[in-house]
Design a protein around this ligand. Structure first.
Ligand SMILES: NC(=O)c1ccc[n+]([C@@H]2O[C@H](COP(=O)([O-])OP(=O)(O)OC[C@H]3O[C@@H](n4cnc5c(N)ncnc54)[C@H](O)[C@@H]3O)[C@@H](O)[C@H]2O)c1
Ligand SMILES: [Zn+2]
Ligand SMILES: [Zn+2]
Length: 367
């Protein structure tokens, strides 16, 4: 059955998000309805509202959530009503060449239809009956969400849903970039530029991988304090410490790995120059569409540096989500510490504003 739900909607470019009652339509045969318990506020949600990520207005936001299945379509076999699930924002099709290569984060399907369900339709209407879009095929910053069965991953009954929510984006993106994209070896030197929700997870991924030096770079001292909790051995604030490239070179002699977790051409360029010869710079941050970086062409052959990107931590969600939650259960992955503040959905505009100071803000819903 369709349900009324409070939801966070992007209505107008550059304006604060609005909190509205929407109608969430009942799931189709391959879909489920989830009662959302918690949804993290990721910078990508903000980027959808300010044009960094091109997004049509009238879009329900949110892609980092967990909750409980309240309805399941007739063809759904992986989960059932009552199961607790974390949400994956790549509903892999399972049949394109990238899925078949074992790289579902690059699946062709999500890009095909824009901000809709994977079949190109919408399960969301506003009060006037107008169709709304689904941000990243999910739209989980809402009390209820109808999702494709491949967007939900059953999780352990003992993990708090607000922690599982963060596995849906920040953890998988940050830790996944370290484990899956770069495959950082023990003893490495690692730099993470940008110590927000994603960057802090790259820091803890590096710590779990046995990196010997982990340098966190951020303009905000409070973010650097968080980075120490997650395993940073050194902190650099370019506002106080000067050129971060020089500083990193002094600390590491050129880093083995650098993870750019902001999405600015300037810091992406810095990441390349921080890396040693033959090292790897991984761009995780999403830069505004259309922006470019410039590099000296001669450096590419002469230094053999690798400059690459990481989409959703190069994850295979069904393999990685349970792995990350197991690491949490055995107290090796920090999830509780990521949550700086909890918000009610009515306070979503403040949660977006507080992104500047939070490790992660999480919208929590009544159970
Ligand atoms: N590749 C992916 O699949 C993927 C997935 C999720 C998020 N992202 C992107 O990752 C980026 C980070 O997301 P987040 O949620 O952690 O954001 P966030 O806002 O929580 O963190 C960004 C951090 O960068 C710092 N910062 C900003 N400008 C800086 C500068 N010039 N130098 C140093 N530090 C600076 C801020 O103080 C902040 O701590 C965003 O671009 C987001 O869209 C990418
Ligand atoms: Zn995200
Ligand atoms: Zn695919």
């Amino acid at each position: 059955m369709s349900r009324k739900a409070k939801a966070v909607v992007y209505r107008e470019l550059g304006k604060p998000v609005s909190v509205e009652e929407v109608e969430v339509l009942s799931p189709g045969p391959d879909e489920v309805m989830v009662k959302v318990a918690a949804c993290g506020v990721c910078h990508s949600d903000l980027s959808a509202t300010n044009g960094t990520i091109p997004m049509p207005p009238d879009t329900v936001l949110g892609h980092e959530a967990a909750g409980t299945i309240v309805e399941a379509g007739e063809r759904v076999t992986e989960v059932k009503v009552g199961d607790r699930v974390a949400i994956s924002w790549i509903p892999m099709c399972g049949t394109c060449r990238f899925c078949l290569m074992g790289r579902p984060a690059l699946c062709d399907r999500p890009a095909k239809h824009g901000p809709k369900m994977p079949d190109g339709t919408s399960r969301l209407r506003d009060k006037t009956g107008k169709e709304l879009n689904h941000f990243m095929s999910t739209a989980v910053m809402a009390e209820f969400a109808t999702l494709h069965r491949l967007s939900v991953i059953k999780i352990d009954d003992t993990v708090p849903l607000e922690c599982a929510a963060l596995v849906g984006c920040a953890v998988t993106t940050g830790v996944g970039a370290v484990f899956n994209t770069a495959k950082v070896e023990p003893g490495s030197t690692v730099v993470v530029i940008g110590a927000g929700g994603v960057g802090l997870n790259a820091v803890q991924g590096a710590a779990l991988s046995g990196a010997r030096v982990i340098v966190a770079v951020d303009m905000a001292d409070e973010k650097l304090e968080y980075a120490k909790i997650f395993g940073a051995t050194h902190c650099v604030n370019p506002k106080k410490d000067g050129d971060p490239v020089d500083k990193v070179k002094k600390l590491t002699g050129g880093a083995d790995y650098v993870f750019e977790c902001i999405g600015l051409p300037e810091t992406i360029t810095q990441s390349y120059f921080m890396v040693r010869k033959g090292g790897m710079a991984v761009v995780v941050g999403i830069a505004p569409a259309g922006q470019k970086i410039e590099l000296p062409a001669l450096h590419l052959p002469v230094t053999e540096k690798i400059l690459t990107g990481s989409m959703y931590g190069s994850t295979r969600p069904r393999v990685d989500f349970p792995k990350f939650l197991d690491l949490y259960k055995s107290k090796r992955l920090k999830l509780d510490e990521l949550i700086t503040q909890r918000y009610r959905i009515e306070d979503a505009p403040r949660a977006f504003e507080d992104m500047k100071k939070n490790a992660r803000g999480v919208i929590v819903f009544d159970s």
